[in-house]
Design a protein around this ligand. Structure first.
Ligand code: ZN
Length: 503
């Protein structure tokens, strides 16, 4: 919106142009200006960082009984990269299953002109080469129409295979629509090969607006619900890294938390103790991690029981293993409690601080798993010892914690390296630094790296402001390429004041 209040100016708005006629001191001026909506803070930040900030509008139909999901998607963005864009790259994991995903049409809209295209599909990547480069400050929208005929998943299935599918009681869809990959200045949108181990995705921030149409008996669990009426559900998830949903006609809801931070658990389990334990763990962990790392920055936390063995994080939304709900007993609480605390902590180590989950999976998974230990120490001290025994493993021959997901072809080796050794490395660092100082560092790391893609180098650079200890031996033990920052510093650590960091 453009506001001008000078007395001698009148505005006439015609189409997208604003005509200004000024009659002052007998002079007559005519200017034609192109109107421009005020840029959102996200667009301004993208412009400053020379990256791209997309917006997704999804119209989803769920035919629950036939496990069919139809999606009409509009993915749009303004070119804030500061350079022309020649090629668009979307990550679309269902594209690896031709029996599941049917791409009906892809259209590009530029300057109000629509054009059908046939994109290149390379495993989970959709690549669109533009005939004419997208100029700086030019907008583009890509419209996808596709359907997913979901396959059946079971409580033994593991991520990423079961990220979308249907179980006996729950249908789930994560990473199920095309999302733009991160823009790398001077290089373009990133491309990678889908990998069946780890989380083969990257999450640049974006706005998501979703409408779901389904039968009235189906309950949809997702972050950002704004309305629900007779099978039509609307969600808004601004400034988010992803959006996902689960659905079930059998979902019941447990709700609590505070007015400022409501927490909801959607569940199908008959195991009442598991439901209570999961809900309490979610509530306690979002409270604890807000204290430790910095305030949770979403308007609600939504937790949903899923249909497979894994659990998964999305913005404001986590899904918890239906298997762990089933097997929970108060005498054997470990699995359900640790996984719930783990997924909640990803709201910081993934949601707030983005990381490269392809090339540095140790960073977010190491921190999320280390967060389990902090949770146990506070709320279940009897389980903290079990966590330490579980994490303190022998190195996996041939692997180091700085390996990429592509370096692993055996899932158990990935799991032991990234979910056991990486958090134990972080634990050992915390002992060397002092646990209180280390917690101050984690808080600072979150605050300084909020809304970024942080790297291991960022982690160690900020850590060095809190400690000059010699971590050389830890670097050699855990890293294929030990970071220089782990070597002893000759000078004393710089304080936050010396670094000019505001509190
Ligand atoms: Zn995790």
């Amino acid at each position: 919106m453009l506001l001008l209040d000078a007395m001698n100016i009148k505005l006439f708005i015609a189409g997208s142009s604003v005509v200004i006629i000024s009659i002052a001191a007998g002079l007559f001026f005519l200017f034609t200006l192109q109107s421009a909506p005020a840029a959102s803070p996200e667009i301004q930040a993208a412009e400053a960082a020379k990256i791209i900030y997309p917006r997704y509008d999804l119209d989803i139909e769920i035919e629950y009984s036939s496990h069919l999901v139809r999606v009409a998607e509009k993915a749009g963005f303004l070119n804030t990269a500061g350079e022309p864009v020649n090629e668009l790259v979307f990550s679309f994991p269902p594209a690896i299953y031709p029996d599941v995903m049917k791409l009906e049409s892809v259209e590009i809209v530029r300057n109000n002109e629509k054009k059908s295209i046939a994109p290149e599909i390379d495993t989970s990547m959709i690549v669109i080469s533009l005939d004419t480069p997208l100029a700086v400050h030019e907008s583009i929208e890509v419209r996808f129409n596709f359907s997913l005929t979901l396959f059946q998943i079971f409580k033994t299935d593991l991520h990423p295979y079961g990220n979308y599918g249907y179980g006996s009681q729950v249908l789930q869809c994560g990473e199920f629509f095309p999302t733009l990959t991160p823009w790398v200045p001077g290089q373009g949108f990133r491309r990678w090969k889908y990998h069946k181990i780890g989380d083969p995705y990257l999450y640049p921030l974006a706005d998501f607006n979703i409408t779901i149409n389904t039968s009235p008996d189906v309950v949809v669990a997702a972050y950002g619900q704004v309305s629900q009426d007779n099978g039509i559900w609307k969600f808004e998830s601004p400034h988010s890294r992803s959006w996902a949903f689960t659905a079930s006609p059998e979902y019941k809801v447990m709700a609590g938390g505070t007015e400022a931070l409501p927490v909801k658990l959607f569940y199908v389990s008959q195991n009442a103790r598991a439901v209570e334990a999961c809900f309490k763990t979610a509530l306690d962990s979002v409270t604890l991690f807000s204290e430790l790392y910095g305030l949770y920055n979403k308007k609600e936390l939504v937790v949903a029981e899923n249909a497979y063995y894994s659990s998964m994080e999305y913005t404001g939304f986590i899904t918890i293993s239906g298997s762990h709900m089933e097997t929970y007993t108060s005498a054997a609480p470990y699995l359900l409690v640790y996984i719930t605390a783990h997924e909640v902590s990803h709201q910081w180590w993934y949601g707030s601080v983005g990381t490269d989950q392809l090339l540095e999976p140790w960073l977010d998974e190491g921190l999320a798993t280390y967060s389990e230990y902090l949770f146990f120490k506070k709320y279940h001290s009897e389980l903290a010892g079990a966590w330490l025994r579980t994490a303190n493993q022998a190195m996996v021959p041939g692997h180091y914690i700085d390996d990429t997901i592509f370096d692993f072809d055996i899932r158990t080796r990935y799991f032991q390296t990234i979910y056991r050794l990486a958090p134990y490395f972080i634990y050992e660092i915390s002992l060397a630094v002092g646990e209180t100082t280390f917690q101050k560092f984690l808080h600072e790391f979150n605050i300084r790296q909020t809304d970024t893609f942080a790297s291991g180098a960022d982690f160690f650079r900020i850590l060095r402001e809190f400690s000059s200890a010699d971590f050389t031996a830890l670097g050699v033990k855990y890293f294929r390429r030990p970071p220089d920052a782990l070597k002893a510093e000759t000078s004393s650590p710089m304080t936050r004041v010396e670094k000019g960091v505001s509190s």
